[in-house]
Design a protein around this ligand. Structure first.
Ligand code: C2O
Ligand code: CU
Length: 465
């Protein structure tokens, strides 16, 4: 107890530097439509983008676990917007989903987001109003919550991975809600950027240990990154600590909205270079960039031998014995076998759904409009298994708001790491079981993070009361 200082310490829970009055970190984010960025680099000119305060991606927000985040948003766009804090377990009213958790912020309007940040990790923020356009135009940014005792590294680096669809003049293709993208794999672009630039190379130093935070903010592109000549270890997925492990087949897979924290020891020699390639799409492998070693002598002779395991976050463990099970089927899209679904109060066949631009369904319902009845109502404090079935010909990164969940099984087989996530990638035809304890009251979106699929009906609400 510290008396007279205005600061009262409470008994700290393990890993929780709890103060009675947490430090408030205040930021301002001003979305506007009149900036330009050198996305594609010479010989191309600048690309007109929408941005937070002129920067693409938006400014990186950094704070410490247990602190309180306050963000004053002033909307200088000509359209409504909101900000969603992807992966952070906020109170319902701070979740930034337009028409569900708040009225959208009108042009010229202001909204103050303020909430405690319970967990460390790599998160991001983006609008949740016409995301398929606003995110594609450049509105998104990294949100990093530092552990009280971070793992020891020489550099902590963030790569915001994005994918843009640019026309020949390097301007953003304005064809946003077309049926073609919507019914297939979403809006794939033609220009992949790292922190808002097409990068040729990324400088590294021999012997250094880097924590690399990867964030996929693309509307629809998946990545599977391979680091030639290096041996990255995954230490966190979607911000949540995981048993440190090497990626399967040496590829770090990131569907839209997904994140991975890597530890990479730069074991190459001065002046060497190694490529980082993206191998997600068959026969469309490309070099993302090269890791280029500078001339400096190695920082150390052998890789640093500090531990790389992160302390656990504060997620309550689901009780698997009492967990109630719900089946959730995702269907629709091109080359699928869905015959039809409910849209509004009508049962429509798939051709009519396609015509109306709603061709995806969750448990037989394609969402329309903004206000949605819950698909499931869960009891606060109880544990649940969502047994999900991707009955479509496409990959879907499925995201739950307000909670993180454990990925417990894939096609009936227990997963190796039972990883915590907020977005889980389902391959075509795959079944994935997730488990969580419903502890955050509110109406939470549950949707595919391919933003065109979401616009095409692949979204539902899960209520926790
Ligand atoms: Cu990244 Cu519903 O959001
Ligand atoms: Cu999808």
């Amino acid at each position: 107890m510290k008396l007279g200082g205005g600061l009262v310490l409470t008994a700290a829970l393990p890993g929780w530097p709890v103060l009675a009055a947490p430090t408030v970190r205040e930021f301002r984010l001003t979305p506007h439509a009149n900036s330009a960025a050198p996305l594609a680099g010479p010989p191309h000119g600048l690309t007109k983008v929408w941005s937070y305060d002129g920067s693409v991606p938006g400014p990186e927000i950094r704070l410490k676990q247990g602190e309180r985040l306050k963000v004053v948003v002033e909307n200088r766009l000509a359209v409504d917007t909101t900000i969603h804090w992807h992966g952070i377990r906020t109170p319902f009213r701070m979740d930034g989903v337009s028409h569900l958790t708040q009225k959208p912020i009108a042009p010229g309007g202001r909204f103050v987001y303020e909430f405690d940040v319970p967990d460390a990790g790599t998160y991001w923020y983006h609008p949740h109003e016409r995301g398929f356009e606003q995110v594609a135009r450049g509105l998104s940014g990294a949100l990093i919550v530092e552990e009280p005792e971070p793992v020891k590294v020489d550099r902590d680096i963030t790569w915001v991975l994005d994918d843009w669809r640019l026309k020949r003049d390097a301007q953003i293709d304005g064809n946003f809600d077309n049926r073609m993208d919507m019914s297939h794999g979403g809006r794939l672009g033609n220009t992949v950027t790292v922190n808002g630039r097409v990068l040729e190379s990324f400088p590294v130093r021999a012997g250094e240990r880097v924590r690399l935070r990867l964030i996929n903010v693309a509307n629809a592109r998946h990545f599977a990154l391979a680091f030639a000549g290096h041996n990255p270890k995954i230490i966190a997925l979607d911000g949540q600590p995981v048993t440190p492990h090497e990626p399967e087949e040496g590829r770090i897979v990131l569907g839209p909205a997904m994140r991975a924290d890597l530890i990479i020891d730069m074991t190459g020699a001065p002046e060497q270079k190694f490529s980082v390639t993206d191998r997600f799409y068959r026969r469309q492998e490309y070099r993302l960039l090269d890791l280029v070693y500078d001339k400096a002598p190695p920082l150390r002779a052998n890789p640093m031998d500090a531990p790389i395991k992160l302390a656990r976050n504060t997620m309550p463990e689901p009780d698997m014995k009492s967990a109630r099970r719900h089946e959730i089927a995702f269907a629709g899209g091109m080359m699928g076998r869905m015959a039809g679904a409910m849209l509004g109060d009508q049962q429509l066949d798939i051709r009519e759904m396609m015509r109306r631009g709603k061709m995806w369904a969750v448990n037989g319902v394609a969402s329309s409009g903004n206000v949605m009845d819950p698909m499931l109502t869960l009891t606060r404090g109880a544990s649940y298994i969502l047994a999900m079935d991707n009955d479509t010909a496409w990959h879907h990164p499925i995201h739950l708001h307000g909670h993180s969940f454990r990925v417990i099984a894939r096609d009936g087989k227990p997963t190796r790491h039972r990883e915590w996530r907020d977005t889980v990638l389902m391959a075509p035809g795959e079944k994935v079981d997730i488990a969580f304890l419903a502890d955050n009251p509110g109406d939470w979106l549950f949707h595919c993070h391919i933003l065109e699929h979401m616009a095409g009906g692949m979204v539902a609400v899960i209520r926790v009361v």
